[in-house]
Design a binder for this molecule. Structure first.
Ligand SMILES: NC(=O)c1ccc[n+]([C@@H]2O[C@H](COP(=O)([O-])OP(=O)(O)OC[C@H]3O[C@@H](n4cnc5c(N)ncnc54)[C@H](O)[C@@H]3O)[C@@H](O)[C@H]2O)c1
Length: 374
């Protein structure tokens, strides 16, 4: 396979993470997975040129449409605010490019369906940025569940708690604007938690949701006046997985003290698993079959026996970090493009996640259990 040539759009928080991963992936996983960092787009020529220089891209442009049309680009990598995903993904698909898009895929389930339909019709590869499930220990958790090591799972409890908007003095941003961000904590954090639930236990059939906005206005840096927050700070939901397992979800961007609290517990007839991303190199396992007096959670520490850990480090317990998950994800993107492995999480998964989030919003409005639908 020729080295895939990437065009990256956006160099904010996650754009930089993608760029770091694109430059590291060949060193970690081998030459076969080394991409070409060809073209970088940002909102201004100056930002794009600075980004290209510091992030190792050959060329820069202030016009993302130019990037999408460029014949030297094979993969369009979308790292811009949520409302731009649809337009950029559709343009890239129309130009016959493979697309790698940050979460959420779009702002509504309808938009997400439109993107999936276009991508499938064009026959391009598509992948989502749901990096947390690339954690080697979450692969272990999934394998343990599938192998019956927990017995029959009967309950799931998940949360994703952060406090980046806990302080009411945090200014208004695009994340507070319905048209730019879609939902609030749901789109930003809930998308990851729903994807994690899908990864571990499969699809979600129905939800009972509840939303809460704690800080109704924030100071708009552009005008200096208070501006309305148009989406939720906290979302909660009871969920029912298609396989019959009930669960509870809670996501919050105002969870004071929590920084990256993406966590779950799964309870089964033979044991339980517990995980918290703030301690991402530890998976806790309770074996209900232990001898009386010898029970208790024990910690499985990440190490080279676990999938995708060894290429980073041959030594156990040294640990991976957040950026390493993106390196694994970028390897998965390049592997899918090469046809070496199926693409997952693809845009179908992005759209499925969107439907769950929309069902939670609908359920909040109607105060009733809501089917996720297909
Ligand atoms: N997977 C994750 O862990 C994760 C983490 C953070 C953000 N995200 C997602 O990444 C996306 C971006 O979030 P962020 O935190 O990086 O935002 P950000 O505001 O930090 O960065 C956005 C970038 O997009 C650029 N941009 C905006 N409009 C543009 C345009 N018209 N043309 C070209 N560039 C443009 C901005 O200049 C900036 O470089 C969001 O969809 C968010 O949900 C994912």
């Amino acid at each position: 396979m020729a080295r895939p040539r990437f065009g990256l759009i956006g160099t904010g928080f996650i754009g930089r993470t993608h760029a770091i991963a694109l430059s590291a992936v060949g060193a970690v996983f081998g030459e076969r997975y080394a991409p070409v960092c060809e073209l970088l787009a940002d909102h201004s020529a100056e930002a794009a040129q600075r980004g290209a220089r510091t992030l190792g891209f050959a060329r820069a442009t202030a016009d993302w449409r130019e990037l999408v049309r460029d014949p030297a680009i094979d993969v369009v990598d979308i790292c811009t605010p949520n409302h731009l995903h649809r337009e950029m993904a559709l343009a890239a698909i129309a130009a016959g490019k493979h697309v790698y898009c940050e979460k959420p895929l779009a702002n509504t389930a309808r938009e997400a369906r439109e993107i999936v339909t276009a991508a499938d019709a064009a026959g391009v590869r598509h992948m989502m940025g749901f990096n947390y499930i690339c954690n080697p220990l979450l692969r272990v958790a999934r394998e343990m569940i599938a192998a019956g090591e927990l017995g029959e799972p009967y309950a799931f409890r998940g949360h994703y708690l952060e406090d980046y908007m806990s302080d009411p003095a945090v200014p208004w941003s695009w994340r507070c604007d319905r048209a730019l961000a879609g939902s609030g904590a749901l789109a930003d954090l809930g998308s990851h938690l729903v994807n994690l639930g899908h990864f571990l236990l499969g699809d979600i059939a129905r939800v009972l949701g509840s939303l809460q906005t704690v800080h109704a206005t924030r100071r708009d840096p552009a005008s200096g006046t208070q501006r309305g927050v148009e989406n939720e700070d906290i979302a909660r939901a009871l969920v029912e997985f298609t396989r019959g397992v009930p669960g509870s979800f809670e996501v919050s961007r105002v969870a004071t003290g929590f920084k990256c609290g993406l966590a779950f517990a799964i309870f089964g007839t033979k044991g339980a698993l517990e995980f918290d991303h703030e301690r991402m190199n530890e998976l806790r396992w309770y074996d209900a079959g232990a001898k009386p007096g010898r029970g208790g959670f024990r910690t499985i520490l990440a190490g080279p026996e676990h999938p995708d850990y060894r290429p980073f480090c041959p030594a156990p317990g040294h640990g991976l970090g957040y950026n390493d998950l993106k390196v694994i994800e970028v390897r998965n993107v390049i592997r899918a493009i090469a046809g070496d492995a199926p693409a997952w999480p693809d845009f179908h998964e992005g759209a499925r996640v969107q439907r769950v989030m929309e069902a939670i919003e609908q359920s909040h409005a109607t105060r009733a259990w809501t089917e996720v639908g297909s």
